[in-house]
Write a protein that binds this ligand. Structure first.
Ligand code: GN1
Ligand code: MG
Length: 349
C-alpha cells in the first residue's frame, strides 16, 4: 500500500518508511529518500469526511502566506505526479510534506520557555492570517469546538449509551453536569460581537510546533483543523496540554497539578503577537479559555467512553473513562487557581 503511495510521488524503491509521531487521529510516517526526509500522512477520513476540504484549506493558507510572508518557514505539501496535494488510493487519503531541515518536535512541555515559544507561534499564525478572509475556509470538522454541541452529544450518550458504563461513570457524570455554566458562558461569547471569528488552528498541542535545535519556535504544523474559530480554542488547548506536568493519559490523578509559570509564559508568548489584535473583551477571557477547553475534552472523552470508544479508540478497558477523569481533575485544579491566573493576565494584557 505504502509503495503505491510513494510511486504516486515518483519515489523509487530506494526509500525507508518508519512510523512517526503520537497523534490519535491520523497515521504518520517518516520517509527517507537518500539524504532527503519527508513526512507522509494518512488522513483519517472517518473523522475528516471531506478530505478535499482539508487539502483546499491548506492550499489557500499556504498560498496566502507564501505571498504575504515569503520569508517565513511554512511547509507546504509536495505535489504528486498528477499535481495533487492529497492523493486517494483505495479510498484512503495521503499527503507528503518535506521535512523541515533541522527541526525537532517535542511531546511534553518541560520549560516555560518552550510554552512561550509555542504560544508565540500560534499567535503569529493567527496574526499573519488576520487579513485573510476566514469565511473562505471550509469547516473541515463542523461544530468541532462548539461546546453546546459537545454538551448535547454528552446528553445523548447519557440517553443512548452503554448502560453499564453510565452506572460506572456516575460520579464523573455528575461532576461534568454541574459544570454546565461553562456552556452558558460559551453561548454568551457566541452572541458577543467583541469575540471575533479568526483563523484558528484548533489543535495547539506542543507536538504541532516545530522547534530549532536551540529551542526557538520555527512554525506550526498540522493544519487539518484550521477553520474560522475563536482565540479561546487555541489558547485554551495550550493551557490544557502545557500547564500540567503529566498528559491526559496519566491514570494517577494525584500527579495532576497546575504550573502557574507556564500559564504566564503562554499568555506572554501569545500576546507578543496578538496584543494589537485581541479586543479588550477577548483579553479578559484567558482563564475562561482554559476552563472551556479542558471541560470540552473531558466531555468528549466521557461521551466516547459511554458510546463504546468509537471515536478515540481504547488501548485498555476504561481508557476513555480514565482520560475523562484526568481532564475533570485538571479542570478542578485549574479552577482552584483561577483567581491567581486571572491576576497574571491583568498584569500582562
Ligand atoms: C485529537 O489526533 P490528535 O491527537 O492530534 C483530537 C483533538 C483532541 C486530542 C486529544 C480531530 O487530536 O481535538 O484534543 O485528540 N483531534 C480531532 O488528545 O478530533
Ligand atoms: Mg493533530
Amino acid at each position: 500500500m505504502i509503495d503505491e503511495v510513494l510511486s504516486a510521488y515518483n519515489f523509487s524503491n530506494n526509500v525507508s518508511v518508519t512510523p512517526h509521531g503520537t497523534g490519535l487521529i491520523n497515521r504518520t510516517w517518516l520517509v527517507r529518500k537518500g539524504h532527503d526526509l519527508f513526512i507522509l500522512q494518512q488522513l483519517n477520513h472517518q473523522v475528516f469526511t471531506r478530505p478535499e476540504y482539508v487539502a483546499d484549506n491548506i492550499e489557500m493558507i499556504g498560498e496566502y502566506l507564501s505571498q504575504r510572508f515569503p520569508d517565513i518557514v511554512f511547509p507546504r505539501p509536495v505535489r504528486s505526479l498528477s499535481g495533487k496535494t492529497l492523493i486517494e488510493i483505495d479510498q484512503n487519503y495521503y499527503r507528503l510534506y518535506p521535512f523541515v531541515a533541522n527541526s525537532v518536535t517535542i511531546d511534553v512541555v518541560h520549560s516555560p520557555e518552550q510554552a512561550f515559544e509555542a504560544a508565540r507561534q500560534f499567535g503569529a499564525f493567527t496574526r499573519m492570517l488576520s487579513d485573510f478572509p476566514a469565511g473562505r475556509l471550509h469547516e473541515t470538522l463542523p461544530d468541532f469546538h462548539d461546546l453546546s454541541a459537545r454538551y448535547a452529544a454528552f446528553r445523548d450518550a447519557l440517553e443512548g449509551g452503554l448502560k453499564e458504563r453510565i452506572v460506572k461513570a456516575g460520579q464523573l457524570i455528575e461532576y461534568l453536569e454541574a459544570q454546565h455554566p461553562l456552556v452558558t458562558r460559551y453561548e454568551d461569547i457566541l452572541s458577543n460581537p467583541s469575540f471575533k471569528r479568526r483563523v484558528t488552528h484548533h489543535d495547539t498541542k506542543i507536538s504541532n510546533v516545530l522547534f530549532d535545535k536551540r529551542g526557538h519556535g520555527i512554525c506550526v504544523i498540522d493544519l487539518d483543523t484550521v477553520m474560522p474559530g475563536y482565540f479561546i480554542s487555541d489558547v485554551g488547548d495550550m493551557f490544557r496540554t502545557y500547564l500540567c506536568p503529566v498528559s491526559e493519559e496519566e491514570q494517577d490523578l494525584s500527579r495532576i497539578h497546575i504550573r502557574p509559570e507556564f500559564f504566564e509564559a503562554i499568555v506572554r508568548g501569545y500576546m507578543e503577537e496578538m496584543a494589537g489584535i485581541l479586543t479588550p473583551v477577548e483579553r479578559a477571557s484567558f482563564v475562561y479559555a482554559g476552563e472551556y477547553m479542558v471541560y470540552m475534552q473531558a466531555l468528549r472523552f466521557l461521551t466516547d467512553y459511554l458510546n463504546g470508544d468509537v471515536y478515540y479508540g481504547s488501548r485498555y478497558e476504561g481508557h476513555n473513562y480514565y482520560r475523562a477523569a484526568n481532564q475533570a481533575t485538571l479542570l478542578q485544579r485549574f479552577t482552584e487557581h483561577a483567581a491567581t491566573l486571572h491576576r497574571f493576565t491583568q498584569s500582562i494584557a
